[in-house]
Design a protein around this ligand. Sequence first.
Ligand code: 17E
Ligand code: FE2
Length: 413
Amino acid sequence: MRIINARLRQKTELYTIEIEKGLFSAINAQDKSLAASEGDIDARGQLLCAPFVEPHIHLDAALTAGEPEWNRSGTLFEGIERWSQRKPMLNREDIRRRVKETLALLIDNGVQHIRTHIDTTDPSLIAMRTLCELRDELKDVLDIQVVAFPQEGIHSYPNGEALMAQAMEIGADVVGGIPHFEYTRELGEKSVKTLIQLALKYDRLVDVHCDEIDDPNSRFLEFLAHEAMQAGIGDRVTASHTTAMHSYDNAYCSKLFRLLKHSGIHFVSCPTESIHLQGRFDSYPKRRGLTRVKELTAAGMNVGLAQDSIFDPWYSLGNGKLLRSLDFGLHICQMMGYDDFVRALDFITDNSAKLMQLKNYGIVEGHPANAILLSGEDDYSVLRNQGEVLLNLRHGKILMQRQPSTVTQRVSL
Ligand code: 17E
Ligand code: FE2
């Protein structure tokens, strides 16, 4: 199998890409005299890119907005309350149906690698069991990392710590946490210690909802980074949201960045979610509440962008399009320069692949033949036109193909 007339990121010439036994077997600048042959996929000069990576999404809650009640205040805290009303109604079939429907949206939008936070503050752990089951069942179609996420706290929820350990036994890939939501600062710190211990014991990655609040005094990030550094696992740790960093004093932030850099931890920001949930206790001016994506990136740290929610108690829009999250993120963080645009897709591809520690990611000879074809020639044009995903290819097989939309009629000008 062969893909011809493909453009690759950061390259100007056209490429021919050969696929054998599900792997990229040859990637070469295209000979001008090349003639198409039967069975070729003709990329028509469009961008062939590594699949999009969704490093932070709550699949257990997806498609439950309004059940049984809508989040009317638009705060994170009301979202947690609404979700706790929905939790007792969870069952395997309900979860499987919603998760599959959401995964279909993600596949249609070019995603093949997903990290999902699954709530462990449920004595039945039904969502955890069901997601681990689906992860294994669907491994030929998607890579899914399941995070054991204690939505109502590790030390502020009955048996919270035991439930986390149980989730690790069931097979969670990543240890989560929510220190800013624990009852006290002390319990928040204790929860970070506990989750790092769990990660060491079970040899898992870490991804913490950290300081998702506008409180400038919420400083669990420094604690997490330090604990990760002390344990020697900084590269295996991600701090998600860190929205309080938006409100930190610049002097404190400057000192904090030194530690963050030394620790080697990664970051995830969820632009649509944070612009919606944060700043809710402000009148005017209203804080944007996104973490400092621009400054973290400029300081050489790794940040991925994510959707967080699709039609759930926290966020009642969302459609699987990471290009939309990217668009919002660049605007809100004022990353609107030429240099930002020409590498923009890093935020929804390589950066997130790195924090998820994906192996063999990228269009490289010998790697699994996983790629998407985007309408647009490069990062800039795909971003500007919110390019469509025309093809989603995994191990050389087509997961999804779409006819590009075309205007069929236009007034003469
Ligand atoms: N739970 C949470 O604590 N924060 C979020 N942004 C979502 C769920 C979506
Ligand atoms: Fe989240």
